[in-house]
Design a binder for this molecule. Structure first.
Ligand SMILES: [Zn+2]
Ligand SMILES: [Zn+2]
Length: 272
């Protein structure tokens, strides 16, 4: 990741796209895999959704300081307790000694007993007031852990979806075992609509079928109906996944993603 790629991108007023990329080589070409985090700054408080990967700890810390300016970090909201999403918690808690871990914190005292007094459980459908805007926590409709949480920013209409909506844009190759949604160097901070080509249903299905293995066995139509209801009730202009480019064509990507999930499900021979 170049210095320019590593800069935070301001998505909307008070919303920043942070994090780094892991890189790999496939078929002689370097490809990237996002491990993103998002910062929301309200009039009174700020919240970081996910922590970025420990491999990017210094990048994330520098981005965070740059985006916060003279503000401090009040809440850290990991979407679930896995390394790319929660691995920088100790460093963040040390750097921001008044910050709390907020959200679905049920097991965090086991991972971080020394920080048990800094947990603030906030259940799905409850709100974190940031001053002038709220972070509404939502159940994750596409998830890999039971306690995965999504969040929606009322200030700018951004939905943070953790491992959901992780598209791949450039399939490394038909025989490649790589199961990650990747992009090319230089595309790290592009919105989906700024990429050279939007992902096809086949590409989205490729990423979906491997990254979220269970989707082969589950008809996700109900989940997508629930997601559409969320979008109807909470106007959403951007979707921020942890492992994919920020989505600016919300309606179009929803259609592509649903078709991809259906293709994965039907492709296994269970569908109608
Ligand atoms: Zn993840
Ligand atoms: Zn990248």
């Amino acid at each position: 990741m170049t210095q320019q790629d590593a800069a935070p991108r301001r998505i909307a007023d008070g919303v920043y796209w942070l994090g780094g990329c892991l890189s790999a080589f496939g078929h002689g070409e370097e490809v990237h895999y996002h491990v993103s985090a998002y910062l929301v700054i309200g009039a009174e408080r700020s919240a970081l959704i996910d922590t970025g990967d420990p491999a990017h700890r210094e990048i994330v810390m520098a981005q965070l300081a740059q985006a916060l300016g003279d503000r401090t970090l009040d809440y850290i909201v990991p979407t679930h307790p896995e390394i790319p999403h929660a691995g920088n918690l100790p460093a963040l808690l040390e750097r921001y000694p008044d910050a709390q871990i907020a959200g679905e914190t049920r097991d965090y005292h086991l991972h971080f007993p020394e920080y048990a007094d800094r947990l603030w459980p906030v259940a799905a459908r409850e709100r974190i007031d940031l001053g002038g805007r709220e972070l509404l926590l939502l159940p994750a409709y596409i998830r890999d852990l039971e306690n995965t949480t999504w969040a929606w920013d009322s200030g700018a209409g951004v939905l943070f979806v953790s491992d959901g909506f992780s598209y791949i844009h450039d399939v490394p190759g038909p025989d490649d075992e790589d199961d990650e949604p990747v992009h090319l160097p230089g595309q790290c901070r592009l919105y989906s609509g700024e990429m050279p080509e939007p992902p096809t249903v086949a590409q989205a299905a490729y990423g979906t079928g491997r990254a979220l293995y269970w989707t082969k066995f589950v008809d996700v139509s109900d989940a997508f109906a629930a997601i559409e209801k969320v979008l109807d009730e909470h106007p959403t202009f951007f979707i921020g996944p942890a492992h994919g480019n920020v989505i600016d064509d919300v309606a179009g990507m929803l259609r592509t993603s649903l078709a991809a999930h259906r293709a994965v499900y039907v492709g296994r021979g269970l569908g109608q």
